[in-house]
Design a protein around this ligand. Structure first.
Ligand SMILES: [Zn+2]
Length: 323
């Protein structure tokens, strides 16, 4: 199969029934029900989510794919794929099928975790694009591999072995200065090591996000953590602290404090990550602001946090062992 390693791993996990569908999470008593969130009709098994859910069926029925997926014929996805390989060549290639399965899963996750409506055409276009890019550039050390890396970095990336990553985010009440910041500490295996939040007052989003970074840096100094990366989804904070950019006056004092701490912590870096890679810190900050954050949330995560952790875990989301 000529497709990227992450797609191969995803297909492998799907065939092992080891992707976090609602059925698999329900069997593990992580979710209260196994029903598909998209159709609200059937149990969300691997086969249902990737092949049979009405919106996924539309992808397979789409004229340029034209693959009829019959619910009576599909028992297991691995058997379905084997049958597909045995059939003839006028069907779409296996690479194409693999990329489509991966994009359907990503689109399903976008719906479940971000509430965006699944789009059949988008899935088909992305799968086609991904296949074409890989066929053209899918070799090591090509400049275009950066494209692939950029795509991967839309999700949370674990820090390198022996170091830590703190994701930081803030949440502000609309029309008020009351808010909260949250810091989530994870190690190279993606395990939650620690987490803390603080209620703050901020005059702007920039100040709020700066206060988050400040809390993370204070923590790193206090705990004498060696190598660590602080990650925020606010590009302005990163620019103010890493480039000689004009400092916003509202956040000036806090930015100066951050700069001074960064100088004292030579093994600590600060980077920007997209919002999609910062979901857990965002969750914790919002829960804290709404005063609904359970105590020791990082040590025994509630369901809503669990599902976000599933999404963050490489490479296909949280991998449950075959059930
Ligand atoms: Zn469904």
């Amino acid at each position: 199969m000529r497709t990227s390693p992450k797609v191969k791993i995803f297909i492998w996990n799907a065939c092992q029934n080891a992707i976090p569908t609602k059925e698999n999470l329900w069997k593990r008593k992580i979710l209260p029900d196994p029903v598909c969130d998209l159709c609200r009709d059937k149990v969300e098994s691997v086969e249902h989510t990737l092949l049979l859910c009405p919106w996924a069926a539309k992808v397979w029925n789409y004229p340029e794919i034209n693959l009829r997926v019959d619910a009576h014929e599909v028992k297991r996805i691995d058997e379905w794929l084997v049958q597909f390989i045995r059939r003839n060549s006028h069907l779409p290639s296996l690479d194409r099928i693999a990329n489509l399965l991966w994009q359907i899963w990503k689109e399903r996750n976008n719906f479940v975790f971000r509430g965006t409506k699944p789009e059949v055409c988008k899935v088909i276009d992305l799968a086609k694009f991904q296949q074409a890019s890989y066929q053209k550039w899918g070799f090591r050390h090509t400049p275009e591999q950066k494209f692939e890396e950029q795509q991967i970095s839309l999700t949370w990336q674990a820090p390198k072995a022996g170091s830590f990553k703190i994701n930081v985010d803030g949440s502000l009440c609309e029309g008020s200065m009351e808010g909260a910041v949250a810091c989530v500490v994870r190690d190279s295996s993606g395990s939650l090591i620690d987490g803390f939040t603080k209620l703050v007052r901020a005059e702007s989003v920039l100040q709020l996000e700066t206060l988050g970074v400040l809390e993370a840096l204070k923590y790193l100094k206090e705990k004498k953590v060696g190598e660590a990366l602080v990650e925020t989804d606010n590009q302005s904070v990163v620019n103010c602290l890493t480039k000689e950019e004009e400092m916003n006056w509202q956040a000036r004092a806090d930015l100066f404090e951050c700069k001074s701490l960064l100088q004292q912590l030579p093994l600590v870096g600060l980077t920007y990550c997209p919002r999609s890679a910062n979901a857990i810190a965002d969750w914790a900050a919002r829960q804290q602001r709404m005063k609904t954050l359970p105590p020791r949330w990082w040590a025994s995560p509630p369901l809503s946090l669990w599902t976000l952790l599933c999404l963050d875990a490489p490479p296909t989301g949280f991998v449950v062992s075959a059930v």
